[in-house]
Write a protein that binds this ligand. Structure first.
Ligand code: RP5
Length: 165
């Protein structure tokens, strides 16, 4: 089977997760990393999940970023069906502020890991940076871009607080 897929797959349980997961996409864009973004629901589209997870490595993906909210089984179920590293992003749910999502994703049984990030935008951005770190281990040009990204971030932090919002 030809290896044609982007190195990073961003999957999410619902269209409603995209306002959070787009921050992962934007971070990958800033680092020059190709990705595919897809809606794959563990509950509403189980066959799509099975096909995606079983085929992800053969298609050429290297890392999976999976965002889900509520009964957030998507990252764990994906990890159960692929040897690729899976980073889970708990979506901030309306009723429980994402605590439900976090607990659903983080408490994996020993043997099937999901690298679980923070709830919401921070988790999405950091999942992309974790993916970048993994890919940079075998991509010197990307490692340089990641170093430059972090240096720009440091330079953008003011020495003292401002009264302006
Ligand atoms: C989960 O249910 C999704 O990941 C989403 O965070 C949550 C709510 O989905 P919608 O009802 O907004 O489609 O599967």
């Amino acid at each position: 089977m030809p290896l044609t897929a982007a190195p990073v797959a961003i999957i999410m349980g619902s269209q409603s997760d995209w306002p959070t997961m787009r921050h992962a996409a934007e971070t990958l864009d800033a680092l020059g990393i190709a990705y595919e973004a897809r809606i794959v629901s563990a509950h509403r589209t189980p066959d799509r999940l099975y096909d995606f997870a079983k085929g992800a490595k053969d298609r050429g993906h290297k890392v999976v970023i999976a965002g889900a909210g509520g009964a957030a089984h998507l990252p764990g179920m994906t990890a159960s069906m692929t040897p690729l590293p899976v980073f889970g992003v708990p979506i901030e749910s309306r009723t429980m502020k994402g605590i439900d999502s976090l607990y659903s994703i983080v408490q994996m049984p020993a043997g099937i890991p999901v690298g679980t990030l923070a709830i919401g935008r921070s988790g999405a951005v950091n999942a992309a940076l974790m993916a970048a770190s993994v890919l940079a281990l075998s991509d010197a040009a990307l490692a340089d871009r990641l170093d430059a990204w972090r240096a720009r971030q440091s330079e953008a932090i003011a020495e003292a607080p401002s009264d302006e919002d």
